[in-house]
Design a protein around this ligand. Structure first.
Ligand SMILES: Cc1cc2nc3c(=O)[nH]c(=O)nc-3n(C[C@H](O)[C@H](O)[C@H](O)COP(=O)(O)O)c2cc1C
Ligand code: SF4
Length: 372
């Protein structure tokens, strides 16, 4: 019998995460406390997504939760059964950013992971205490800018997530940079690791396209301290995606997965989707009339003023991402069509599994403690 190599522990801000796997935050409403707490219990780090959380928690509980309360609630529930859990807060959701951070900190999140924009002010919002502050970057340049800015605030990242171009959700690359050989995760890792060492040797966690135990070993041999994985957790029993979403993932082949840009996300970043997603198809056919009734996407102009979401006026070049993603999480499926975001590896997913069995596959350790 072939035994798999044991994975090394990941240490972030003094906390020892037995299995160096962070389950990536998946908004809207895909990674909520059922998934995050299951991952935490298996020895990884579970991450809820803050996107539209006030609406999702209010609907679930039948009580009105504001952004602060929803972040507090979801992080608390994720940590209740034990293990490490935190929250992903997207920089692009500027309106809710600070309240989500405060709620998560007050609930004792083990980590706040933040991307889709540079989280330049994150350490200044409230003293983080034991919570690790972890930016997501897709280049050394972005990490350098963050480290310099945070230094001025007297803070250093507790770790960094380096996300390559194969990831799900929004991508930190321009459309014409996504396929460049120089932007593969394998090529991006060494200089980012070097920079992390220069700024005090904090852990580097790689994300985007990691699928097997062997992938994890490969990147850890190259200098990564851990991995963040999204797509593999999307089709787990514990994920809060609708069954239709999970089935779309199972049925998707490589040709069905595209990077949408026109029509694309109103957040202004390339966004990977299953091309048959009903809201994407309708956007291509210009079928949806613009209607803004959620309002999470606000961008800032160069003077720092809030601008109108580009999908509010017209759906010709932008789909209504709030409603599309909320529908994929079962929030309003009778009113809005779903939009399915996935990583390229969705083409390899062929069944829904439990978090426990996914962890035994990825670590090579069965629940009896034996190597596979
Ligand atoms: C359904 C889905 C939703 C995602 N939502 C977010 C998000 O809200 N914020 C974020 O920073 N990353 C998001 N991501 C990216 C993941 O957290 C993760 O970094 C990425 O998917 C890793 O690549 P993989 O899917 O190949 O494992 C999302 C990914 C997926 C698949
Ligand atoms: S137009 Fe749609 S995507 Fe834009 S803020 Fe309004 S609800 Fe959200």
């Amino acid at each position: 019998m072939e035994f798999k190599k044991p994975l090394q522990t990941l240490v972030i801000k003094g906390k020892k995460i037995a299995v160096p796997i962070i389950q990536g935050g998946m908004g809207v409403g895909v990674s909520l406390h059922p998934l995050a707490s299951a991952v935490a219990l298996e020895g990884g780090m579970g991450i809820v997504s803050s996107a539209c959380l006030d609406r999702l928690v209010s609907k679930r509980t039948g009580k009105k939760f504001n952004t602060y309360q929803a972040a507090f609630e979801e992080v608390s529930l994720s940590k209740a059964a034990g293990g490490f859990a935190g929250i992903n807060i997207m920089g692009a959701l500027v309106h809710d950013f600070n309240d989500s951070v405060r709620g998560a900190l007050d609930a004792g999140a083990d980590a706040i992971i933040s991307g889709a924009g540079l989280p330049l002010t994150l350490p200044a919002i409230q003293p983080p205490g034991d919570t690790a502050l972890i930016p997501i970057v897709s280049s050394t340049r972005a990490l350098d800018i963050i480290c310099k800015k945070w230094e001025k605030l007297g803070y250093r990242p507790d770790a960094v997530v380096l996300e390559g171009p194969l990831a799900g959700g929004h991508l930190g690359f321009k459309m014409d940079q996504i396929e460049l050989e120089s932007n593969t995760l394998e090529r991006l890792l060494p200089p980012v690791k070097e920079l992390a060492i220069k700024y005090g040797d904090f852990p580097v966690i790689v994300a985007g396209g990691i699928y097997t135990h062997e992938d994890i070993i490969k990147f850890m041999k190259m200098g990564a301290d851990g991995v963040q994985m999204g797509t593999r957790f999307l089709a787990t029993e514990e994920s809060s995606a609708t069954s239709a979403y999970k089935n779309a993932v199972i049925n998707a082949g490589a040709d069905d997965i595209i990077v949408a840009h026109d029509p694309g996300s109103p957040c202004g970043l390339p966004f990977r989707v299953i091309k048959q997603s009903p809201m994407y198809v309708s956007a291509l056919k210009r079928l949806r009339l613009p209607k803004c009734d959620k309002g999470y996407v606000l961008l800032k102009d160069s003077d720092g003023n809030f601008t109108v979401c580009p999908a509010k006026e017209s759906n010709e070049h932008h789909f209504c991402i709030c409603n599309g993603l909320l529908s994929s999480a079962g929030y309003n499926p009778d009113k809005e069509e779903p939009l399915y975001t996935v990583g390229t590896n969705a083409a390899r997913v062929d069944r829904i599994v439990s978090v426990k069995s996914l962890f035994s596959e990825l670590t090579g350790v069965t629940s009896s403690g034996q190597g596979l």
